[in-house]
Design a protein. Structure first.
Length: 72
């Protein structure tokens, strides 16, 4: 199965987070990010995680974000 753009972006954010946590700076999207930018990296990572989950749910024919329950 080919990797989607969303999965590729998520992988880049994970790599960027790991690099910053190791004390390195990383150039991402034309910006150099350091430990001070970790929250921005994590925000972007969460966005791409949502997109990957949404794509995965769509390919399985399901819906993402909620489920239904019946209470008797």
């Amino acid at each position: 199965m080919a990797m989607t753009q969303a999965q590729q972006m998520l992988n880049k954010y994970i790599e960027a987070e790991m690099a910053v946590l190791e004390g390195r700076s990383v150039t991402f999207g034309g910006r150099t990010l350091t430990m001070a930018d970790l929250n921005q990296i994590r925000d972007g990572q969460q966005e791409w995680e949502r997109r990957v989950a949404s794509e995965t749910a769509a390919t399985k024919g399901g819906r993402f974000g909620y489920s239904l329950a019946t209470f008797e």
